[in-house]
Ligand binder design. Sequence first.
Ligand code: SAM
Length: 205
Amino acid sequence: VSNYFGQEYLAAIEGILTPERTAQEVAFILEQTRLAPPALVGDFGCGHGRHAIEFARRGFVVVGVDVNDEYLRLARAAAAQGLSVDFVKSDYANPPAGQFDLIVSLFGSFGFSDDASNARALGVWCGRIPPGGWLVLELWNRDMIAADFQPRRVWRPSEQLEVEERRRFDAVSNRLGIHYIYTYEDGRRAEYDIEVRLYGAAEIQ
Ligand SMILES: C[S@@+](CC[C@H](N)C(=O)[O-])C[C@H]1O[C@@H](n2cnc3c(N)ncnc32)[C@H](O)[C@@H]1O
């Protein structure tokens, strides 16, 4: 997993990941799936636990899985006592044992491996969902990104920070590479690379 997902990434996007947005996302998933508590939910690539905690607040029994110690620490600290949510450090390709009525992987947490490993992980996840259960993936939209390809994007998460993205996309391998340059007001810079496999709707189907 790229070292991009750290404190700096979280600080940059925290402003857009409001509690209201998270609650809306969870409500949408529950509307679509019509699952009711205390169904079992796995949040794979849970990050700092915003969805896992929201599902648990609504009475679901939740396991959040991530590889990032820092995010897991924040997630455990944010989970109120009495909520049924466990945060487990693991590659989500090998999730903790057990079945889930719903597995979610949200906000572009899937697709950082090679094709065979990504497919294998999906196979493992589907094997953990009994008939009638659900898999909800929120992915980068391949077709939208390819149709309006922007090799360079600049955005400002806050007054103090500018993020420049230098992007390349290979339409045959469907891999998007992004070189991120974070520049702070005081001149400090940090650079990161990620590569993610983009999937079109037909392929996902
Ligand atoms: C874009 S963040 C999204 C986090 C969270 N789902 C959210 O919506 O806030 C992607 C997360 O996926 C995690 N991740 C990526 N590859 C992973 C893997 N193979 N196993 C477990 N976690 C992974 C990263 O550590 C990061 O926390």
